[in-house]
Design a protein around this ligand. Structure first.
Ligand code: ARG
Ligand code: MN
Ligand code: MN
Ligand code: MN
Length: 309
């Protein structure tokens, strides 16, 4: 069991400080030790939290309303390469963020590796309160952590090389291979895109109506049972009761048990090739930070095969 780990201390996709400290907090809580000792993974990690200081430009004016576009572009371009290098060797890639803008790097890296190794289009399961599907023009905030899926599916594109123009077709995700779970704060323009393109999305309303078991079954049925899966888990998909320390909390979310259940089921398919855990911010709601970190560790362990008899 080969596991490539990338620790990404990046906060430039949104405006709150603290999310860059999450990888260290998760590692200090013992996450990697548990994966090695309890779950028998052989861990490939450079023992570094990457802050990519030398990639962050001094001048980074807004572009099409996007905040810090060059910084996010440069960091995700580098991260894409790091993830690709693990994935092309067939290792499972675990990325610890960081805000959700880093998914532009992780998903593009695995998508390219899977195309090369298997000649296949990979699927993405995006567990989140938010769809993160805003185009720059639609975004209410200009924060790029609300846009990664738009760039990854080519709903948004930009030709400037230093502002995501490095994304090639090989990095992209087919809209039919994207599934959301946990949505409950979706912006107007995003709703329109979901409808217009028939994107598969299970909101909290669906979780309440069908139960988490049926929702995961339908999500996996949509993907099909022989498709490599990248799981991008935003900790704000969980209810703030379980994960209060996050930049954009929304009440009415998944219980920790429902989150773990999603991860366990995706693991059980045998098709999971990568996971991101993002948006843990230990400096927000500091009383809840250790709980949020523990929840994050639990989700990762579940996705990597813990708790199954
Ligand atoms: N939809 C809002 C926006 O675009 C919030 C996005 C929150 N994204 C996240 N990864 N937490 O600004
Ligand atoms: Mn979110
Ligand atoms: Mn909103
Ligand atoms: Mn997100």
């Amino acid at each position: 069991n080969q596991l490539g780990v990338v620790a990404v201390g990046f906060n430039g996709g949104q405006c709150k400080l603290g999310v860059e400290a999450a990888p260290m907090a998760l590692i200090e809580a013992g996450l990697l030790t548990q994966l090695k000792d309890d779950l028998d993974y052989e861990i490939h990690h450079d023992d570094t939290v990457h802050f990519y200081e030398n990639l962050i430009p001094a001048e980074d004016p807004d572009h099409r309303g996007m905040k810090k576009p060059r910084a996010v572009s440069a960091v995700t371009e580098r991260l894409s390469q790091q993830v690709y290098e693990h994935a092309r060797e067939g290792k499972f890639v675990l990325t610890l963020g960081g805000d959700h803008s880093i998914a532009i790097g992780t998903v593009s890296g695995t998508a390219k590796a899977i195309r090369e190794r298997l000649g296949r289009e990979m699927a993405v399961i995006w567990v989140d309160a938010h769809a993160d599907l805003n185009t720059p023009e639609m975004s209410p905030s200009g924060n790029i952590h609300g846009m990664p899926m738009a760039f990854l599916t080519r709903l948004a594109r930009e030709d400037r090389r230093d502002i995501f123009g490095w994304l090639q077709d090989e990095h992209t995700i087919n809209l039919r291979k994207l599934v959301y779970i946990g949505l409950r704060d979706v912006d107007r323009g995003e709703k329109q895109l979901l409808r217009e393109h028939g994107i598969k999305a299970f909101s909290m309303h669906d979780v309440d109506r069908y139960g988490i078991g049926k929702v995961v079954e339908m999500a996996l049925a949509h993907i099909g049972n022989d498709t490599p899966i990248h799981l991008s888990f935003d900790v704000d998909g969980l209810d703030p009761q379980w994960a209060p320390s996050t930049g954009t909390p929304v009440r009415g979310g998944l219980t920790l048990r429902e989150g773990d259940f999603i991860c366990e089921c995706v693991h059980e398919t045998g098709n999971l090739i990568a996971m991101d855990l993002v948006e843990v911010n230990p400096s927000l709601e500091s009383l809840g930070a250790s709980e949020t970190i523990r929840a994050g560790c639990s989700l990762v362990r579940s996705a990597l095969g813990d708790t199954l008899l």
